[in-house]
Design a protein around this ligand. Structure first.
Ligand SMILES: NC(=O)c1ccc[n+]([C@@H]2O[C@H](COP(=O)([O-])OP(=O)(O)OC[C@H]3O[C@@H](n4cnc5c(N)ncnc54)[C@H](OP(=O)(O)O)[C@@H]3O)[C@@H](O)[C@H]2O)c1
Length: 387
């Protein structure tokens, strides 16, 4: 029986990890670092996660530890908490996952300095067996395109990044190696987690927001045939938990769709299209048209531009948006997602398939069929500001 400490349990993936871990008979207690002003508020946040699964929180086994990764004295607080002395497994899933440059300073504070605080405490744990770091396969950066990428290709300090988030996650792996012995570290790198393969509403729709926005635009400046490595959150969580308790040959694993289960935006759009009658058909144009779309949103598009060859879409946008400026906000949020899509990165999952029995995930263009109605209810303009 092991005692586990989880960060990020209120998150999209972390919540699934917590619920999956709570089902295991070989786990004694699960302590969760939760941002909350009080124990009571922390309990309520945990209760909500279990309620999503029609499950009940057992506070004798799942114990919130109020705390924040940006808190100066976090390491000291954790070190002085006697209940945490017997932790054998740390699951560090918390991160600031925003792609928006306005959060760059906070992203570094949480993903680098916050990680260091957790590591400094973890090093003091006499019984520590495994430090599981939820990384991301996208730490490979933006130079590797249109091919299958293996675990050993990262982290690479020479890589360049589309967003601060992936850079900080890469640095996280390097920092961990400086703090803990290799045999105690397990790094899992999910690819892009979108939605849930079960027919229920996922608790977070960050990536779904991008798909909903693309579905709204219909004329989208991106290469829709680029391979896209997308997995559902239930698969990501089940794979990580299985790996944690498996006999492992490696220290780093992609949790990904890989060559056999990856998708494309073209395939996803074909599934979605028929569910939204009244919208123009999907039209994918080259990325350079982004500039013209942005000019249109500022009423600055000249007559002699390529975008004017698509009057059906311009009329549709006029009809759907009272203020063309809404499109500017939408494109601002969507831009990094379109850049990621264009990279055509697929993450090799041979290691996971070797060491686990979980099998391959269902391709996104299959499981998305069960979430199509949900896409319609996403408030794309409201959430563009947070993405
Ligand atoms: N989603 C993906 O597509 C994806 C893909 C690959 C890898 N990953 C990795 O998976 C992990 C989980 O991602 P996710 O999608 O679950 O993210 P998420 O939904 O944004 O959740 C982030 C979690 O981190 C916590 N957190 C953020 N700032 C914190 C702070 N200052 N102090 C304490 N906790 C803080 C959040 O707590 P609050 O609830 O209090 O905000 C939340 O529980 C991350 O490490 C991410 O890099 C995600």
């Amino acid at each position: 029986m092991v005692n586990v400490f989880v960060t990020g349990a209120t998150g999209f993936l972390g919540g699934e990890l917590l619920v999956n871990l709570s089902k295991r008979k070989d786990i004694n207690k699960i302590y969760c670092l939760i941002r909350a002003g009080s124990h009571k508020k922390a309990d309520l946040r945990l209760e909500k996660i279990f309620a999503c699964h029609a499950d009940v929180l057992d506070l004798n086994r799942i114990i919130p530890v109020p705390g924040d990764l940006t808190q100066d004295d976090l390491t000291e607080c954790l070190c002085s908490n006697k209940d945490l002395e017997d932790i054998q497994v740390v699951v560090h899933s918390a991160a600031n996952t925003s792609f928006s440059p306005i959060y760059d300073t906070l992203i570094e504070q949480v993903n680098i300095l916050g990680l260091e605080k957790i590591l400094n405490w973890s090093k003091t744990l006499k019984k520590l067996e495994t430090f599981l770091y939820v990384g991301t396969a996208t730490i490979c950066g933006k130079e590797i395109t249109n091919r299958i990428i293996k675990e050993d290709e990262s982290p690479d300090l020479k890589s360049t990044h589309l967003v601060k988030y992936t850079y900080t996650k890469m640095m996280g792996e390097i920092i961990i190696a400086n703090h803990l012995p290799k045999e105690k570290v397990l790094i899992v790198r999910p690819s892009i987690i979108m939605g849930d393969s079960r027919p229920w509403i996922p608790r977070s729709y960050v990536i779904m927001w991008a798909l909903a926005s693309i579905n709204f635009l219909r004329l989208v400046p991106v290469n829709a045939n680029a391979q896209l490595d997308v997995i559902p959150v239930d698969y990501a969580s089940a794979a990580i938990v299985q790996l944690l308790f498996s006999k492992r040959k490696y220290g780093v694993y992609h949790i990904s769709a890989g060559g056999k289960s990856c998708t494309t935006l073209q395939k996803l759009s074909e599934v979605i299209e028929s569910h939204f009658p009244g919208r123009p058909r999907f039209m994918f144009v080259d990325r350079e048209l982004t500039r013209e779309v942005k000019l249109w949103s500022r009423n600055k598009l000249n007559g002699n531009t390529r975008l004017n060859n698509f009057p059906e879409y311009l009329n549709y946008w006029h009809k759907e948006m009272n203020d063309p400026g809404d499109l500017r906000i939408l494109m601002g949020g969507l831009d990094p997602y379109l850049s990621f899509i264009e990279l055509g990165q697929v993450f090799d999952n041979t290691r996971l398939q070797e060491d686990c029995t979980i099998g391959l995930p269902e391709p996104a263009h299959e499981y998305i069929k069960r979430s199509v109605d949900y896409i319609e209810n996403i408030d794309i303009f409201e959430d563009a500001l947070d993405s």
